[in-house]
Design a binder for this molecule. Structure first.
Ligand SMILES: Cc1cc2nc3c(=O)[nH]c(=O)nc-3n(C[C@H](O)[C@H](O)[C@H](O)COP(=O)(O)O)c2cc1C
Length: 291
């Protein structure tokens, strides 16, 4: 027997690719051009297509049950082998946020947002709960486990981000905290086998600042059929350079074109002495042997 959802999806598949004007508009914003992708329209795709990072917040207090809602959403995410290898530290205290803002490379949105979450890859819980076992618990000591816990943390965080956005809140990740992992680990009293993967600022978007959907590469740059094929990359990047340039110009922001941005962001990283690029050493210092 077909459910209502099955029926709805089948109807969407059999409909001619005339899209709802809102979807057409969202695709136009997302790709910065007429991208005639035929996508299935439902409240979740629409919600996701609306995403844009928000970096200016109102001081408006958040609903009392927001944090529990976000944690529930995060916990509903898939979890590698159900190890549930992540935790969150929720920070609302102004003085504490001020400290974190400095460690997030002084990004002011950390101060402004009423809620700042530090998302942790966490194997300390598994270690703690198994420390009396006769078997050595050494799976936690491999690079695989750091990757696993980091993946799970990101998946959980994105669930929370989408739910926050669906509630009219704005969200931005703060990977910059990885530049000051040791200071944050000490401040948050993190046990061994825990590291902060990224922060997330959450609040009502400032009414004084308009945020825009940031376009992405055309799908031919990221989607490969059957086998990896890089032949479309240069053309896609050239198109994207123009699209993103228009995006910055619309906002009167002087920004390097995207391929130059790749060079700026990834080139000669040691020159800035950013602790993010000494992560192996830092993680070992936090108790991950990384074998
Ligand atoms: C893991 C992660 C870390 C990020 N860290 C920062 C950050 O420290 N500061 C910042 O302004 N944006 C940060 N961002 C936001 C990205 O810059 C943003 O997602 C990207 O430019 C695309 O823009 P959009 O989110 O508006 O679509 C981060 C995003 C991710 C996924």
């Amino acid at each position: 027997m077909k459910s209502d959802l099955d029926e709805a999806i089948m109807t969407q598949h059999t409909q001619p690719p005339t899209q709802h004007p809102e979807i057409t508009h969202l695709l136009q914003e997302r790709y910065g051009q007429d991208a005639s992708y035929d996508i299935i329209d439902n409240p979740i795709t629409r919600q996701i297509l609306q995403h844009r990072s928000v970096r200016a917040f109102e001081a408006t207090p958040l609903p009392d049950n927001l944090l529990t809602t976000l944690v529930t959403a995060a916990q509903a995410a898939s979890s590698s082998s159900n190890l549930q290898s992540w935790s969150i530290v929720a920070i609302t205290d102004k003085t504490h946020k001020d400290k974190l803002a400095v460690w997030a490379n002084n990004q002011d949105f950390v101060r402004q947002a009423p809620l700042f979450l530090v998302w942790l890859a966490d194997f300390s819980r598994a270690k703690h709960l198994t420390d009396k076992q006769p078997v050595p618990i050494d799976g936690t000591d491999y690079l695989e486990s750091v990757i696993l816990a980091s993946i799970d943390t990101a998946i959980a965080a994105q669930n929370a981000a989408l739910v926050a956005e669906s509630l009219g809140l704005g969200v931005v990740y703060a990977g910059a905290i990885r530049s000051h992992i040791n200071a944050i680990a000490e401040d948050l009293k993190l046990p061994p086998y825990v590291y902060p993967v990224f922060g997330m600022a959450i609040g009502y978007p400032s009414e004084r600042v308009t945020t825009h959907i940031r376009p992405r590469l055309l799908q031919e740059a990221v989607l490969h059929n059957e086998y990896y094929d890089a032949s479309a990359q240069h053309q896609a990047a050239e198109t994207y350079n123009k699209v993103l340039d228009n995006f910055w110009k619309k906002q009167a922001i002087d920004h390097a074109v995207w391929t130059q941005h790749l060079v700026n962001r990834l080139g000669d990283v040691q020159k800035n002495n950013d602790a993010r690029y000494a992560l192996t050493e830092t993680l070992r210092g936090l108790g991950f042997p990384l074998i």
